[in-house]
Ligand binder design. Structure first.
Ligand code: NAI
Ligand code: MG
Length: 495
């Protein structure tokens, strides 16, 4: 069998083989500090070496971002100039999409075609945010003066919040970087971006494009390293005005607490345990296909994954069979192998977490139905449907971040809604059904930030995304994301 890395293009391989330093103040630094190794999860072998930024490095990056912010070299560009820079960045990302896709596939394990879709989505989102750069404005406001002889005119200005620390996960690395950079750069902020320890390559590659696009020095800085080292230094830095985090609920809570301690702005996009509610009149084949996509897309490693199937008891057996049938059509394999549609878990830790939670599920009475064969090498896991799962089971409540779907039957609509809402999370939910009134009742009753009706995993640039409860604070995407990167200045003028 061809070595996995040999399937990559010469351009991707050359980038991977480089010893990577940090990107601070427009300079690609040499790899002088502690080295961090990454693995290819398709094989479990060493992939690349990057630098781990310590608190001193993080301080240098934040200071570069702060200087860039304070002297106005970027935020005082015209909105049209900021728009043009973002459009240029999107264009370059599209130009180099295949190399980005290869890097992402190799370091995370996504099938190449899936990676390519993600990269295209990232470029589309940057383009969407570019459009907002020229449409950020305050309002005129009519105050009511106490003194009737006085006239007052009020207006608001929307100003960038300052230096933003953007801490992103590994599951859709390029997209997460774009989700943070897009609004930060549209609003005129400066950024220090920290990719996840396992997936630093696409962020470093993006730095090349930031430079080529012509962003002024210091506006975007990239620091690589582990969460408790590099991430923590960033979160604790007093000159970071805003933290935008996507990752686990546990880390999100800790970051939120630290941000609260010094009143840094913070948005948290955290975990989920999203339900897929099947209504009694849903088309069975469509429901099965949607359920498999909801649970198995990206090997289940996506915060919005639909991982709890809530199904009418009368449809249970037939639907489970149809989902297993759909799962059997997946081709499990290495990310760059032709025909692969389901890659490995992204790391040894993720694979072990899936195995641990499946073990618990079995001991609590769940019935495991895994489908397919796993290659010997690499961190592969089988797409698995678990039946006989009740609301009391661990698997019903805990995020797996793997290709695992629980199935729980219901008898009445009220019972179904109760099951949908029986977790501490509230990120996404799917509803399959045709009766408009039933669908609308379910939409209103389900506690979630995002609801997909008769579809799943639609992340459109224009639609706000984020969760309620333990799934986080704030929304990304859409017009709403701008609020996270802006402060309002209220100006009152007497005349
Ligand atoms: P994590 O939350 O530890 O990592 C996410 C990002 O936060 C990474 O860049 C990491 O370096 C950084 N980080 C970690 N600890 C930090 C700290 N103390 N201070 C500042 N930054 C820190 O997630 P991990 O450990 O990779 O995955 C564990 C579980 O989290 C997964 O199994 C999944 O359930 C969940 N998760 C959810 C994601 C989502 O999209 N909502 C994304 C990634 C993980
Ligand atoms: Mg962690």
């Amino acid at each position: 069998m061809t070595d996995h890395l040999d399937r990559a293009s010469a351009a991707a391989r050359a980038f991977i083989e480089r010893e990577h330093g940090l990107f601070i103040d427009d300079v690609f630094e040499g790899p002088t500090k502690a080295v961090l190794e990454t693995e290819d999860p398709s094989t479990g072998r060493l992939l690349s070496r990057v630098t781990e930024a310590d608190a001193t490095d993080v301080d240098r990056a934040v200071q570069a971002a702060r200087r860039a912010f304070e002297d106005g070299r970027y935020r005082n560009l015209t909105p049209a100039e900021r728009e043009r820079l973002l459009l240029r960045l999107a264009e370059l990302l599209d130009r180099d999409a295949s190399v980005f896709a290869e890097l992402d596939a190799l370091e995370m394990g996504k099938p190449l075609a899936v990676s390519l879709g993600i990269v295209r989505g990232a470029a589309a989102f940057l383009r969407y945010m570019a459009g907002w750069a020229t449409k950020i404005h305050g309002r005129t406001v009519p105050p009511s003066p106490r003194d009737p002889s006085q006239s007052l005119f009020g207006y608001t200005l929307r100003e960038p919040v300052g230096v933003c620390a953007c801490i992103v996960p590994w599951n859709v690395a390029v997209l997460m970087a774009a989700w943070k950079l897009g609004p930060a750069l549209a609003t005129g902020c400066s950024v220090v971006l920290k990719p996840a320890e396992g997936t630093p390559l696409t962020a470093l590659k993006l730095a090349e494009l930031v430079r080529e696009a012509g962003f002024p020095a210091g506006v975007v800085n990239i620091v690589t390293g582990r969460g408790p080292v590099t991430g923590q230094a960033l979160v604790e830095h007093p000159d970071v005005a805003k933290i935008a985090f996507t990752g686990s609920t546990a880390v999100g809570r800790a970051i939120g607490a630290k941000a609260g301690g010094r009143l840094a702005r913070v948005t948290l996009e955290l975990g989920g345990k999203s339900p897929l509610l099947i209504l009694p009149d849903a088309d069975l084949e469509t429901a099965a296909r949607t359920a498999a996509h909801a649970a198995f897309y990206n090997t289940g490693q996506i915060c919005g994954a639909g991982t709890r199937l809530i199904v009418p008891r009368s449809m249970h057996d037939e639907l489970v069979e149809a989902i297993l049938g759909s799962a059997r059509t997946r081709v499990i394999g290495r990310a760059l192998d032709e025909g692969t549609t389901l890659g490995p878990a992204a790391s040894r830790a993720q694979r072990d977490k899936v195995a641990r939670l499946l073990g618990i599920a079995q001991s609590e009475g769940g019935h495991l139905l895994g489908v397919g064969d796993v290659p010997e090498e690499g961190y592969f896991v089988l797409p698995t449907v678990v039946t006989d799962v009740t609301a009391e089971h661990t698997l019903f409540r805990e995020e797996v971040f793997g290709p695992v779907l629980t199935v729980t039957p219901y008898d009445t609509f009220e019972e179904a809604i109760g099951l949908c809402n029986a977790t501490e999370y509230g990120l996404a939910a799917g509803i399959q059904g045709r009766d408009f009134t039933q669908v609308q009742r379910a939409v209103k009753a389900i506690r979630a930030g995002v609801v997909w009706v008769n579809t799943y995993h639609v992340y459109d640039a224009s639609m706000p995304f984020g969760g309620v409860g333990q799934s986080g604070i704030g929304r990304e995407l859409g017009e709403e994301v701008l609020d996270n990167f802006l402060e309002t200045k209220a100006v009152t003028v007497a005349f």
